[in-house]
Design a protein around this ligand. Structure first.
Ligand SMILES: Nc1ncnc2c1ncn2[C@@H]1O[C@H](COP(=O)(O)OP(=O)(O)OP(=O)(O)O)[C@@H](O)[C@H]1O
Length: 320
């Protein structure tokens, strides 16, 4: 099967600065793929190169198997990081106009535009000018213009930034709905939680280089689970099942699950009469995996970029 994207050795240099520095990337069809990295990591430059908006200085890329990506533009929807719409254009015409740029007849675009707006509960705004819409609504209209021609690949550059909690949740739903239809979705983000909730695959990029590319599960599996154990007893033969340097905090033990896994540990605790009062095994999240892969400094940079609105959304999203 042809992959949606295959890139090899992509380098993009601006005034001597390597914004993208030797990137290999494969995005299989039908996946939700997240590109994670802090400000200036090279995400936008990489996406623009993959789309054929700019040419790489070195390396090659294929979009649906074609080495000239722009020939595939009717199959692609792209939401750039800089949002911008004609302020005096009506919402429905904006959607149709964006579709027309990708080869969709205007009449079809208007019809689908109205349907998309209705589905999103924004039917009442179809004939309003963009300047009469709220910022979140205008962003939603731009997103609809990105998908109106029913592309097979959607590339969204930082699609969550600038949206409030409700609109971010709606966008997550829309991304999932597109993926369920078999559409490949690639989005860039500096918010690890969005990627953790949505993506099957991710690439981690910093300083123009990709340090991880693969399944979210694979990233998480790089770290072993953490065990939190409370015992009635503090000594006994069962202690040999715990890591050697593990010391209790009161009656609590916190340690990394040994390579041998859960069952031998449990057997030793039960047979050795540790008196288990409480036991939890915590699988590391993507954030911990990100720290392990990209390093503390890059992770801290990402966390700093998550503003108040995003924090609210993340906790709201966790409840969805
Ligand atoms: N046209 C350009 N001319 C010169 N430098 C550029 C240009 N475009 C990007 N850069 C530089 O390349 C680096 C990567 O930028 P890019 O926008 O790709 O990063 P990013 O990960 O998308 O970050 P952000 O989320 O802040 O946009 C940055 O240092 C940026 O200043």
């Amino acid at each position: 099967m042809v992959n949606a994207i295959e890139a090899k050795g992509i380098v993009k240099i601006f005034d001597g600065f390597r914004a993208v520095d030797g990137v290999d990337l494969i995005v299989p069809k039908g996946s939700i793929f997240g590109i994670l990295g802090p400000n200036g990591a090279g995400k936008t430059t990489l996406l623009r190169t993959l789309l054929g908006i700019i040419d790489p200085d070195e390396g090659s890329r294929k979009l649906f198997g074609a080495s000239r990506p722009l020939t595939q533009s009717a199959r692609v929807g792209y939401l750039p990081e800089e949002r911008g719409l004609y302020q005096s254009m009506r919402a429905v015409d904006t959607i149709a106009f964006m579709g027309a740029l990708r080869g969709l007849p205007l009449t079809t675009g208007r019809k689908r535009g109205r349907e998309l707006l209705e589905e999103a509960g924004l039917g009442y705004a179809a004939d309003r000018q963009i300047r009469q819409l709220s910022k979140g609504m205008a962003q939603t209209v731009q997103l609809m213009g990105t998908i109106v021609h029913e592309p097979e690949l959607i590339i969204l550059d930082e699609p969550f930034s600038g949206l409030d909690a409700l609109n971010q949740a709606k966008l997550e739903k829309m991304i999932r709905a597109q993926a369920e239809r078999g559409v490949t979705v690639i989005f860039s983000t500096h918010v690890i939680a969005h990627a953790e909730r949505l993506c099957e695959r991710i690439a981690i990029i910093a300083g123009g280089k990709i340090s991880f590319d693969g399944l979210v599960q694979e990233a998480r599996d790089r770290l072993r689970p953490q065990v939190h154990l409370e015992t009635a007893n503090l000594d006994g033969p069962w202690r040999s099942a715990l890591p050697q340097n593990c010391e209790p905090e009161g009656h609590w033990w916190h340690f990394t699950l040994p390579e041998s896994g859960v069952e031998p540990l449990l057997t030793a605790l039960v047979e050795g009469k540790a008196g288990i009062k409480s036991l939890s095994i915590e699988r590391p999240g993507l954030h911990d995996a990100f720290v392990a892969i990209a390093g503390e400094a890059v992770a801290a940079q990402m966390d700093e970029m998550v503003d108040e609105t995003e924090l609210q959304t993340l906790s709201a999203g966790a409840k969805l």
